[in-house]
Design a protein around this ligand. Structure first.
Ligand SMILES: [Zn+2]
Ligand SMILES: [Zn+2]
Length: 475
């Protein structure tokens, strides 16, 4: 395909632009405004996660009027990309939300769950506020708000071109990050030609156990690139697996439990895959394995329904249950609480992945104070989260206002990340033929600076670190 370039816009109004309104110089809160002719499209509408003061920013008004947005394009289901959609709809957004069809199914479980967590969080805060005679807070949105936004979703297959608003079309390509995750290709056509913006979304790694490698893209006029691990190389998979095996062996010898904080979608299924593949070799038959997260259980069911999109060999072919005879999937609070009785020999996989909420916090409370226990961190931990404090070697942690000594051993197994590392990012960019200008998003400053340096030197790319509120005209 030839792309005619718009070399001279003269005095004509600029018709295609991107404005960076989130995930600038940080990982969470993805939100980008696309102007295409007279239309406004939001690319992502994610939640800001991390420190309390950061999360409070979710309650602030959107930097644009939700009623003025014509459509939303979503790369994948993770809450830092999708989590403010219910709020957008409640505040008057009335258009369609385009995303890969498996992402629709994941959002159907993740967004109502997020609404439920906001309601519970507000309830908990209001209990304390009542005692102090302070005014009440409202939840960011409710489960009902989240359920109401689901009718706006429109599922699109990978590699299919879909018109979003007149002149602007989207194509989703497999990003290899989690089920349904996409690289988003936005093409705008008007009288002066065709321009293409390629947004990496969250890119997967070259040797993800479950997902396919990210799709290669050759043509773009502009690239918006994630940079979560822009300054790091993951350990290779073989070393990572050897390390995992070692931790399990040590925990067995010491007679402890293993806690794995895990993102319900993506990481959990990676773990189920690896556990089923290495069940014998890692001695997993000696353990009771618990998947203690209703959301992760539901997400696993969505994976089971979409087996054509990844390597699905960890599911039994007849029952579509994970191929692990000693796995217990605990849905009810009673089943979850019964795990408290396990003082040794339990592997507990629970959300949330950064220990900011969910059942993992209860298990940490019960297990963190004993030296024979192990906590295995297998995913990215944003600054300010409890997970990050554990990775950084905190001696104590605070849970529900009480302080607990950290006696359990904390391991970080980096090679299992669902995100591209520096090499993956550079390799992916190097496939673009024309060395299009790059805007870095979805990364902390150190990672972005390191990646920018490499892109400039190795790839001769023109690189900018996107700033909040920055508008780029795509002409
Ligand atoms: Zn993601
Ligand atoms: Zn993300």
């Amino acid at each position: 395909m030839t792309i005619r370039r718009c070399s001279d816009t003269g005095n004509r109004p600029v018709t295609f632009s991107i404005t960076f309104l989130g995930a600038t110089e940080q990982v969470t809160g993805s939100l980008y405004q696309i102007n295409a002719g007279d239309h406004v499209v939001l690319l992502e509408c994610g939640m800001i996660q991390g420190r309390g003061e950061d999360e409070a920013r979710n309650h602030k008004a959107f930097p644009l009027d939700p009623k003025a947005v014509d459509a939303v394009v979503l790369s994948h289901a993770h809450i830092d990309h999708s989590g403010r959609i219910p709020l957008l709809v409640r505040q008057g957004f009335g258009g369609n939300i385009y995303t890969q069809h498996a992402t629709v199914e994941l959002c159907e479980i993740m967004l109502p769950d997020s609404g439920f967590l906001h309601e519970r969080d507000a309830e908990w805060q209001n209990k304390k506020r009542r005692q102090r005679g302070e005014s009440y807070v409202m939840p960011l949105y409710t489960k009902a708000d989240a359920e109401a936004c689901l009718s706006r979703f429109r599922g699109v297959d990978y590699d299919h071109e879909q018109e979003v608003v007149p002149g602007l079309s989207v194509r989703f390509l497999d990003a290899g990050h989690i089920l349904g995750a996409a690289v988003v290709e936005l093409t705008y056509r008007d009288g002066s030609g065709e321009r293409r913006l390629v947004f990496s979304g969250d890119l997967g790694t070259r040797d993800s156990p479950v997902m396919r490698p990210p799709a290669i893209v050759n043509e773009a006029d502009y690239v918006v690139l994630e940079s979560t691990y822009g300054d790091r190389l993951h350990r290779n998979l073989a070393d990572t697996l050897a390390e995992f095996r070692q931790v399990i062996k040590a925990a067995r010898e010491e007679g402890g439990n293993i806690l794995i904080p895990s993102f319900a979608v993506g990481r959990t299924q990676d773990l189920l895959y690896l556990f089923s593949k290495h069940w014998q070799e890692w001695g997993l038959n000696h353990w009771n394995i618990f998947l203690d997260s209703p959301m992760a259980i539901q997400a696993t069911e969505v994976y089971a329904k979409n087996r054509d999109l990844y390597d699905a060999r960890f599911f039994e072919t007849d029952t579509f249950r994970p191929r692990l005879p000693n796995l217990r999937m605990t849905r009810s609070p009673e089943e979850s609480m019964s795990i408290n009785r396990e003082t040794a020999g339990a592997i507990i996989i629970a959300a949330s992945g950064m220990c900011t909420g969910g059942r993992i916090r209860h298990h940490l409370k019960n297990n963190i104070g004993r030296a024979e226990n192990h906590v295995v961190i297998v995913g990215f931990q944003a600054a300010g989260t409890l997970g990050r404090r554990l990775v950084d070697g905190a001696k104590t942690v605070t849970l529900w206002g009480d302080e607990y000594a950290v006696k359990a051993r904390v391991h970080t197994i980096g090679g299992l990340s669902a995100h591209a590392d520096q090499k993956d990012l550079l390799d992916w960019y190097s496939n673009f033929r024309s060395r299009p200008p790059v805007y870095l998003v979805h990364g902390e400053t150190a990672a972005q600076e390191a990646l920018a340096l490499k892109l400039r030197h190795q790839n001769k790319a023109v690189v900018s670190i996107a700033k909040f509120g920055q508008r780029v005209e795509l002409h």
